[in-house]
Write a protein that binds this ligand. Structure first.
Ligand SMILES: O=C(O)c1ccccc1NCC(=O)[C@H](O)[C@H](O)COP(=O)(O)O
Length: 267
């Protein structure tokens, strides 16, 4: 069985367990009482000061690589990323496959002022209320993981709750679906979730299918400034970067290098 199917099966069980622990009505109440969100979509709608926006990810582990950074301190990473100039953060909240948690998201968000994306496998509206309730500013919606009608309803719920949405695609058909359902921001995942192979040409190819003026995010497999420059040449200025930053001996310097800025670090 491919890993995405396995993750989605486990996720469906986890969501049902969560609903038994806390009914939708209660999560919904917490979501509605949450303080206002930070502007995720706006922070990615135009290039940042150096012509580049990075969504810097807090990622302890992954199905393709196992543990990436044991004992990662989400607060220290969040602060280092913000000091370096991250436009937003992405925090994995999936526990089983990525060793993430809501706690990581809350700790990271409290440490910074930039918007924070809940990085998870969203398959049920319950998780969108949950994201808003724990303080996320945006959620990830993976086209391959959900029926097209769910995507449309999920996007409408995000708008209602004031949450941003990053709609992830990996090929031309998924891009069509995302655009037809009104995605406000497309993320092109360079990682094939079946083989785990990453190829930044995926973003370059799919960028050509985007309506003029619509920004997108290149996700996964961005290892250094050379990759950023290739993608900039293709008209892409938003990047979601996890592993290469988390593995770097100094994530602040690594992020400055992606952004094309030079400075010291206090990590
Ligand atoms: O990272 C994985 O191995 C993975 C496997 C299966 C589903 C999703 C996966 N990653 C989630 C992501 O989208 C990445 O964390 C994100 O794009 C950053 O990628 P990278 O910079 O390559 O760590």
């Amino acid at each position: 069985m491919d890993i995405l199917r396995k993750i989605l099966e486990v996720k469906a069980q986890e969501v049902e367990e969560a609903k038994r622990r806390e009914p939708l009505s209660a999560v919904r109440r917490r979501a509605e009482e949450s303080p206002p969100t930070r502007p995720f979509l706006e922070s990615l709608s135009a290039p940042g000061p150096e012509g580049v926006n990075v969504i810097a990810e807090i990622k302890r582990a992954s199905p393709s690589k196992g543990t990436i950074r044991a004992g990662l301190d989400p607060r220290a990473y969040a602060r280092a990323y913000q000091r370096a100039g991250a436009a937003a953060l992405s925090v994995l909240t999936d526990e089983r496959f990525f060793q993430g948690s809501f706690r990581d998201l809350q700790v990271a968000r409290e440490a910074v002022e930039v918007p924070v994306l809940r990085k998870d496998f969203t398959i049920d509206e319950y998780q969108i209320y949950e994201a808003r309730a724990v303080g996320a500013d945006a959620v990830l919606l993976i086209v391959r993981a959900v029926p097209p009608d769910f995507l449309r309803d999920a996007l409408s719920l995000c708008r209602e709750l004031g949450l941003g949405a990053l709609v992830e695609v990996h090929d031309e058909r998924e891009m069509e679906t995302a655009l037809a359902r009104g995605a406000p921001l497309i993320g092109v995942n360079n990682r094939d979730l079946t083989t785990f192979r990453t190829d930044i040409e995926t973003s370059i190819r799919l960028r050509k299918q985007l309506p003029a003026g619509m920004p997108m995010v290149a996700e996964s497999g961005i290892g250094g400034r050379e990759d950023v420059e290739r993608l900039l040449d293709a008209g892409i200025f938003n990047f979601l970067v996890g592993e290469s930053l988390v593995r770097a001996p100094d994530p602040e310097t690594a992020l400055r290098s992606l952004l094309g800025t030079a400075a010291g670090s206090r990590f």
